[in-house]
Design a protein around this ligand. Structure first.
Ligand code: UDP
Ligand code: MG
Length: 319
């Protein structure tokens, strides 16, 4: 019997979880030829998420939970789940039912056909999302597709099912600054894309503010392309060339027409402008430097406060 692990990152999801459990239970019932384990990763929730999981885990042996010592972010939660998962297939799914579990049978079918290593989902629309967020999200996907060589599909969700090979490949990427959408693309493998219409969150609120998303998107760019560094270098070169020609012009002008003093306002503007560009370029270099700094520290991606991995399956070895 094949085993399927479903990873669910949860951060303050006490309202959505009962509905999620109900729905995933319903879907898994229809897939009786598979054995399931649901790995809930409590990402430092401040509400009753962990208590609820513990309660439910007593009644249902499929429920496993890992609880972090604090909020480490969705990326860390996904990684912890992937490390813990033992299934032949592994799925990642949000707790708010925005990743509809009803797509699972279709995803399993794609993997069972042997033609694909993973089945991923993408939203064909962004109904119910604030327009400004949709706009920036679209711009981001367009930009990152242009400037990096990994293929990130517009509207791609983290919701996907993958086989052991692909899961192990992702776990082997131990980088500290994680950007899953890029990592999925980077590892490659054959992926079947399943489109679906956007579903709104069943309960609770989104955990992503506009700023959190903006910072996350910059992380994505820095993690998957070094093009900004080249842009900084080229900008420097262009400014050098422009300055060189300006010097020639000034020398020629002085020789021909003498040296009338004037034009200091334009000079001040140029100094400010070039100063700004210098700061921008130093900032870009600094961003990469900061990432290197965080990577070399080799801090753990997450810290576990408690879990029931061993008790639930009763067979997992001490890591
Ligand atoms: N999440 C998490 N840690 C965080 C933020 C979010 O584990 O720091 C989880 C959250 O519980 C949910 C999923 O990531 O299961 C997606 O979050 P959310 O629905 O808030 O994001 P959105 O769908 O609005 O992009
Ligand atoms: Mg959501």
């Amino acid at each position: 019997m094949k085993r399927i692990s479903i990873i669910v990152p949860c951060f303050n999801e006490q309202e959505a979880l009962p509905l999620f459990l109900q729905e995933i239970g319903r879907v898994c019932e229809g897939l009786s030829e598979y054995e399931f384990e649901w790995i809930f990763v409590d990402d430092g929730s401040k509400d009753g998420t962990l208590a609820l999981l513990k309660e439910r885990a007593k009644e249902d042996s499929r429920i496993k939970y890992i609880s972090f010592s604090r909020n480490f972010g969705k990326e860390a939660a996904i990684y912890a789940g992937l490390e813990a998962s033992e299934g032949d297939y592994t799925a990642i799914m949000d707790a708010d039912l925005q990743d509809p579990p009803r797509l699972l049978p279709e995803m399993i079918e794609a993997l069972e056909s042997g033609e694909y290593d993973s089945a991923a989902t993408r939203r064909v629309d962004r109904k119910g999302e604030p327009p400004i967020r949709s706009f920036f999200a679209r711009m981001f996907y367009r930009l990152i597709r242009k400037i990096s060589d990994i293929d990130i599909v517009d509207g791609a969700r983290d919701f996907r099912l993958m086989n052991r090979k692909m899961k192990d490949a992702i776990v082997s990427m131990t980088e500290y600054n994680r950007f899953s959408k890029g990592i999925f693309g980077w590892v490659g493998f054959r992926t079947r894309w399943i489109p679906f219409e956007n579903v709104e969150r069943v309960a609770g609120e989104t955990k992503w503010s506009f700023w959190k998303l903006l910072i996350y998107s910059i992380e994505g760019i820095v993690a998957f392309t070094t093009l900004p560094l080249s842009i900084a270098a080229y900008l420097g070169l262009i400014f050098c060339l422009v300055a060189f020609f300006m010097v020639l012009v000034v020398i020629a002008k002085t020789l021909m027409f003498g040296d009338p003093v004037g034009g200091w306002p334009s000079l001040a503007c140029i100094i400010l402008f070039v100063g700004g560009i210098q700061l921008l370029c130093a900032g870009i270099v600094g961003k990469y430097l900061a990432k290197i700094y965080l990577e070399v520290k080799r801090r753990p991606l997450y810290l576990v406060a408690e879990d029931n991995l061993k008790n639930a399956s009763g067979e997992k070895e001490e890591l």
